[in-house]
Design a protein around this ligand. Structure first.
Ligand SMILES: Cc1cc2nc3c(=O)[nH]c(=O)nc-3n(C[C@H](O)[C@H](O)[C@H](O)COP(=O)(O)OP(=O)(O)OC[C@H]3O[C@@H](n4cnc5c(N)ncnc54)[C@H](O)[C@@H]3O)c2cc1C
Ligand code: FES
Length: 588
């Protein structure tokens, strides 16, 4: 049977209210009559609200077949669907997802098209249908639909025949490729075949390349989840307190039972539940500043003017006190290699890179190391002697200190030689001009930690100097940047208790946001609760498919509804479809 174009559907993006927020979306498409010109980027009169996820050359035209309409009408017991209901531009008779292959070409009317990728799972199609679980169902029922690239622009109209002009190499159907990305039990052979299809869109190619690296013997150890040293929180005793600078206190911690502590990776952080600082006990994270193999852990805490926990630790903590501590975790760790390493920090952001420097010094690394630190002035210069002593023992080390406060530098441009290492002292911030003069090698890997604006500026500076963006690693002392596709921007709001009656269920602690909230079953998921609290969140499908919402779970246990199509790694949780079984502590 010849496939046929049943309807051409278009729609421009508009603002739609959704769960108290506004979504800018082009998912509402409506049929047009008569001929329509299809251009390289769009069908005339059509548009997308969020070009990160939809549209562009590789995703110019979305296709969905009428056979799937019938399937979903039966599944949901509905009969109210109209053409364009699934956000598609072309509603077609024929071209099933399990027969159409990526790379196939089709002529429709005057235009010619090439299949580039399956539909990206996203909550907006569920929103359009009023069926929030639809994104997961599109994948699990193997009916995602697919995108076309426009090879030849031209006019199409409803009723046009669809003629295949070329079969894609690799013989991998849209349903196969979709399952390869989203479903467990991947076939490595199919992964290799997918990567060999030139027509597959660059975004999907990259995802498959990442998967292939993670699955390979070299990538397995690096990319796999890091084993937790202990589950939940355990008591650690304070064995030492050191005032490093007027505003930073180092806290040494050993196992309360005297046992050995597992080694952390250089750059990881601990999460502390601080009983004395409030009720419920507030939870905060602190990077380890100690040598990874040391017998005690050390964290170094800056006293924040109005900070609940940092002020308590500075004023109230005594040697002998016991703190509840979650195991070291975090992905901001030194990547093995033998190229140059650039460690850049500002203020208390020196903590994780200090641990990295300890690690490099303990290995007596032959790698050239740059230590670049910005402090307000000499008295606020954290780990000044400790870092200098470690650098002194390395064969190729460069130390650059920037004193940023007016009158902050004493001895601008001076070098503390005499012990082999020149510590160059600069006045002002480490801007492009001064950084460009340091002779950083373009092949270096860089590790940055400091306030968000400092890291943004430093990343831009380093890439301008010539360092590769994917070798620049960052650690942020706060909530990670949100991923909320399609939501219109609004002023930042500090995390708060949710509106309405307080819940009475398990206690949910969002550690990065410094907030603890009682669960109430009126929230569909932990993600819904986080949204209601204006906790910064990251998500896309909101139904357990895309793993964008994966969040480290420091303590507690969750139930899933719906079940994720592929479970998250151990110690992590997909918050979009999780509800708490017990109290939870989340790295969010
Ligand atoms: C992975 C990670 C690693 C970290 N590592 C470190 C580290 O090594 N060292 C370190 O010091 N910190 C680190 N932090 C930050 C740390 O977790 C805490 O966020 C920090 O100590 C502040 O906590 P707090 O309870 O003192 O402040 P909070 O009470 O949580 O307040 C947060 C901020 O709001 C301000 N604030 C609060 N109330 C008011 C008010 N009424 N008016 C004006 N401002 C107000 C405070 O001054 C503070 O800056 C890290 C965070 C993460 C996520
Ligand atoms: S947002 Fe996609 S899995 Fe949670």
């Amino acid at each position: 049977m010849t496939a046929k174009l049943l309807s051409v559907n278009v729609g421009m993006p508009k603002d739609v209210s959704w769960q108290g927020r506004t979504v800018h979306t082009g998912v509402w498409k409506h049929p047009v009559t008569g001929p329509r010109l299809v251009r390289r980027l769009n069908v005339d009169g059509d548009g997308q609200g969020d070009l990160q996820g939809h549209g562009g050359e590789q995703r110019a035209v979305l296709v969905y077949q009428i056979e799937s309409y019938a399937h979903w009408q039966e599944h949901f017991g509905r009969s109210d669907f109209e053409y364009g209901q699934f956000g598609e531009n072309f509603t077609v008779d024929g071209l099933p997802d399990d027969e159409v292959c990526v790379g196939d070409r089709y002529r429709i009317g005057e235009a010619e098209f090439e299949v580039t990728q399956p539909r990206v799972t996203c909550y907006r199609v569920g929103m359009r249908l009023g069926e929030p679980e639809l994104p997961a169902l599109l994948v699990s029922h193997h009916r995602p639909g697919f995108y076309l690239r426009v090879i030849t622009e031209g006019v199409v109209r409803a009723g046009d025949a669809i003629v295949k002009t070329r079969t894609g190499p690799g013989a991998l159907s849209v349903a196969d490729i979709d399952a390869l990305l989203y479903l467990p039990g991947r076939d490595p052979d199919k992964l290799r075949r997918a990567l060999a299809i030139p027509a597959l869109s660059p975004g999907w190619q990259q995802s498959f390349r990442d998967m292939a690296t993670a699955a390979g013997p070299a990538g397995a150890a690096e990319a796999g989840p890091r084993a937790e040293a202990w589950p939940g929180f355990r008591p650690l005793r304070v064995t030492g307190l050191v005032h490093e600078t007027p505003s930073v206190l180092s806290v040494e911690l050993e196992a309360a039972d005297g046992g050995a502590l597992p080694a952390a990776e250089a750059g990881q952080y601990l999460t502390l539940r601080v009983g004395g600082a409030g009720d419920p006990p507030p939870v905060r994270s602190y990077s380890l500043s100690s040598a990874p193999g040391a017998s005690a852990y050390r964290v170094s805490v800056k006293r924040e003017e109005h900070g609940l926990v940092s002020r308590y630790l500075h004023a109230g903590l005594r040697v002998g006190a016991v703190l509840e501590v979650a195991a070291p975790r975090g992905d901001f760790v030194l990547v093995p290699g033998d190229g140059p390493v650039v460690l850049v920090s500002a203020g208390v952001g020196a903590t994780p890179v200090m641990a990295m420097l300890h690690r490099l010094a303990a290995e007596r690394t032959a790698r050239p190391v740059w230590w670049i630190h910005a402090a307000r002035n000499r008295s606020e210069h954290l780990f000044a002697q400790e870092a200098h002593a470690l650098l002194r023992d390395l064969p190729e080390a460069h130390e650059h200190i920037f004193y940023t406060a007016k009158n902050g530098a004493t001895g601008d441009g001076s070098s503390d030689s005499g012990d082999g290492v020149r510590a160059e002292v600069h006045r002002g911030r480490p801007g492009l001009e001064s950084m460009a003069g340091l002779g950083l090698p373009a092949e270096a890997s860089a590790y940055l930690c400091g306030p968000a604006p400092f890291m943004d500026a430093m990343r831009a500076t380093l890439t301008t100097i010539g360092l590769a963006d994917d070798r620049i690693h960052t650690e942020l002392f706060g909530a990670l940047a949100a991923i909320n596709p399609g939501l219109t921007a609004r002023p930042a709001v500090a995390p708060h208790q949710p509106p309405g009656e307080p819940g009475t269920g398990p206690l949910i602690t969002f550690a990065r946001s410094g907030l603890s909230v009682r669960w109430s079953p009126r929230h569909r998921s932990v993600l819904d609760l986080a949204d209601a609290c204006d906790v910064q969140t990251r998500w896309s499908c909101r139904t357990g498919v895309c793993h964008t919402c994966t969040t480290p779970l420091l303590a507690g246990d969750v139930a899933y509804a719906p079940d994720p199509l592929e479970p998250p790694p151990a110690g992590e949780v997909l918050i979009c479809c999780a509800t708490p079984r017990h109290d939870l502590v989340l790295d969010l």
